[in-house]
Design a protein around this ligand. Structure first.
Ligand SMILES: [Zn+2]
Length: 525
């Protein structure tokens, strides 16, 4: 759209009445009517500026008055009695009422010859829009309008349709259909997916910036900049749920007394995970299709878990029972669960045996990387999983020394695949830590495995790390280009060695020998 502006500041053309004192409502109304009439008079007097024609009429949209008394009278235009979309006009006067300028967008050709009747009727227009919006609700009484956004005004139908897009974003569209040809001339959406910055007052990550969506009357917890990711409140139920909305765009109060606090954590976790995969691995969304997942918080009652579901393409978070767990919405949990979605859309590692351990480890590795990526002082990066959500302190799992949970394996051994996948994952978690940080780092000392070690490593080998970012690049490449549904630990060793070789140029060094050494250090030669 473009705007034409015609300056006539030197010419004193007309006088708008200008009462200075406070006025009663009837006086306001009569003054508005006067302003409208005067502005219309100017529009009629200067058709070269207004593009006025005798079949045009004008209605007052609004008046803005500057501090210096200048007025901007915004007029809507009707043509042959029909609302003329795009043909509105602003008549600007100085404080003395002299015409200063007019603003309009339309560049209308003469409108006298517009057809009087629609040959493409309302029902056909309705059907055209309905066919293009399966599942949408279409207003069956389209309004006949003049569409005047381009040079040639046209007799048209304005058809309103509302519904939900595939990613869950609602729409309320205006579709303009030519009433002569049936051509779709224009369309716009009243749901402005206007990304705005709000504040999340989270339970675990302090106060964070959340990108939210500006809607009529406030905001909703939906991020148009990250695939439309949104968070719904299950209100302790197990089905349904409604999107979080808020008047001031400040979400939660850093405590469970406000249900939006956990929602802020979840939305934040999703955003950071999105950014990590996109900015570090070039992956846009869990499925790499630009689509955001959604979160369900306050699921069920005292629910002690969080999970990813492929079928809903969504994350579900319980509030915890308050004895074992707090709400399970911490950053590494979010990164862990969403990574299950990445794994299911890449390697598809089956969730049992050694591939199940690799699946779980992939989530622990990437959840940890997400936590580091966030660089949030309230939840700094570490190689612990779930350290924020345990009521008694401590973590669910450790990558430094997986056996510290009393169940996970530090070392590979024949039969490790018989463990629960959350414990057989210890081998790969341990591998990743040794590859990234080495045996001795600020995150702790990580013993290596020697012959006969299973759950607890007792070796004192010494390794230096290659850095977690390089290690994560290697893991991600193996996951997305080499792991299959039934990859074993032996195959994971070969796959990561190959990935390290392929990434040598990218990473500035061939880390394949380091990768091999780290596998050997967890007993997988
Ligand atoms: Zn998991």
């Amino acid at each position: 759209m473009f705007r034409t502006s015609h300056k006539l500041s030197a010419l004193a053309l007309a006088l708008l009445s200008c009462a200075a004192q406070a006025q009663s409502l009837p006086e306001e109304a009569s003054r508005a009517a006067q302003l409208r009439a005067t502005a219309e008079g100017l529009a009629r007097a200067f058709p070269g500026l207004s593009l006025d024609s005798k079949e045009h009429t004008y209605e007052l949209r609004r008046v803005a008055v500057d501090e210096d008394g200048a007025k901007h009278v915004h007029l809507d235009r009707r043509i042959n009695g029909l609302r003329a979309i795009g043909a509105d006009l602003i008549v600007q006067t100085d404080r003395f009422g002299n015409l200063a300028t007019m603003h309009r967008s339309a560049t209308m050709l003469p409108t006298a010859a517009l057809p009087a009747r629609a040959t493409f009727n309302a029902t056909r227009a309705w059907r055209l829009v309905a066919d293009a919006h399966p599942g949408g609700t279409v207003n069956k009484n389209p309004e006949q309008v003049i569409w005047a956004r381009e040079d040639q005004p046209r007799l048209a139908w304005e058809v309103l349709v509302s519904g939900e897009a595939a990613d869950g974003t609602p729409y309320e569209k205006h579709v303009i259909v030519d009433a002569t040809t049936g051509q779709r001339l224009d369309a716009w959406d009243d749901i402005h997916t206007a990304a705005v910055n709000g504040t999340g007052r989270t339970l675990f990550s302090g106060n964070v910036t959340l990108t939210t969506n500006s809607i009529t009357g406030g905001y909703e917890l939906r991020d148009p900049s990250r695939g439309g990711t949104y968070t719904i409140n299950m209100a302790n139920g197990t089905s349904g749920g409604t999107i979080f909305k808020d008047a001031d765009n400040i979400w939660g109060n850093n405590a469970t007394s406000d249900t939006a606090s956990a929602a802020a954590d979840a939305q934040y976790g999703t955003a950071v995970t999105w950014d990590y995969y996109k900015n570090v691995h070039g992956r846009t969304g869990i499925a790499n299709d630009g689509r955001g997942a959604y979160n369900r918080v306050h699921y069920s009652s005292r629910y002690n878990n969080a999970y990813w579901s492929d079928s809903c393409f969504c994350m579900t978070y319980g509030d915890g029972d308050g004895t074992t767990f707090r709400p399970l919405v911490a950053l590494d949990v979010a990164g862990h669960e969403m990574t299950h979605g990445v794994t299911s859309r890449t390697a598809g590692l089956i969730y049992s045996g050694e591939s199940g351990g690799l699946n779980e480890a992939t989530s622990d590795i990437m959840g940890t990387m997400v936590e580091f990526y966030a660089a949030n002082a309230n939840d700094p990066g570490d190689y612990l999983i779930g350290e924020k959500i345990s009521v008694g302190g401590g973590a669910l799992r450790s990558m430094v020394k997986p056996s510290s949970d009393g169940a996970s394996a530090d070392c590979w051994y024949s039969g490790v695949g018989n463990l629960d996948v959350h414990y057989s994952s210890g081998v790969a978690n341990h591998f990743f830590f040794l590859l990234a940080e080495g045996t001795n780092s600020s995150y702790g000392n990580s013993p290596t495995c020697v012959a006969g070690n299973t759950r607890v490593a007792t070796g004192s080998g010494s390794l230096t790390g290659i850095g977690r970012n390089a290690a994560a690049k290697i893991w991600y490449r193996a996951l997305t280009t080499k792991f299959t549904s039934s990859t074993t630990y032996a195959q994971a060793r070969a796959a990561t060695i190959a990935a390290a070789q392929e990434l040598a140029a990218t990473l500035g060094a061939d880390y394949s020998a380091k990768v091999a050494a780290a596998w050997s250090a967890v007993g997988r030669n």
